[in-house]
Design a binder for this molecule. Sequence first.
Ligand code: HEM
Length: 215
Amino acid sequence: METIAAFLEGPFWYFSAAVFVVGVVGRLALALSLGSSKSLSVPRGSASAGAVRAVFSRFVPRRDFYRRIRLEVIAGYAFHVGLFVLLFFAAPHVEFYKEYILGFGWPTMPRWAFIVVSEIAFAGLIVLWLRRLLHPVSRKLSDAGDHIGSILIFFVMLTGCLALGEDHESLRLIHLFLAQLLLIYFPFSSLMHTFTFVFSRGYIGAGFAHHGVKA
Ligand code: HEM
């Protein structure tokens, strides 16, 4: 067990973190270096204002659609907000950043809140994944990569929930290993939307504003 721990906390941690950082920065740099074709039409509004507006307005679904996508919106927020909170405010995770990355920590949420948030986020993920599998249109739009991403995060969260007792070293190591696999897979997958959603929304919003489309 000690050898496995030393491997996961040493070379494999550096490898997975390097793949994540180089992969994410590389893909973003590549996408941004492609640029966009210059629009020849007369601007009818501020592209930058449109970009910023689109980034934020898309957090709220349009009223006309909401009734039909209520489940996805609620599960989507439960999963994404929950994941953000537990990754950045749960004591064991902050402790990890302090020890392995940043050298400093910050105040964390109480343990009961960590457990509640984790279960909410996990439930959100399960609903989203089931919908992806069962809804005929979502199923057709999903490729293997989407399912691999969902399965990986499912097992990271499952092992995280099992590790909550913090009494089995093996559970901590399995959780750590799966999180590292996720880091390695991340830059090559649609999980990149964590970063790219800002650019894609901004790009579309800027185009709309330039052409005077109210959206
Ligand atoms: C339902 C969601 C999650 C829960 C309940 C959870 C729970 C935990 C717990 C209890 C620990 C401490 C284990 C111990 O010290 O024995 C831990 C550590 C850790 N978790 Fe999570 N986790 C969750 C999601 C995630 C996710 C999504 C990631 C990464 C993408 C992640 C990455 C880590 C890492 C890197 C550690 C440090 C392992 C170590 O100390 O060596 N966790 N988690």
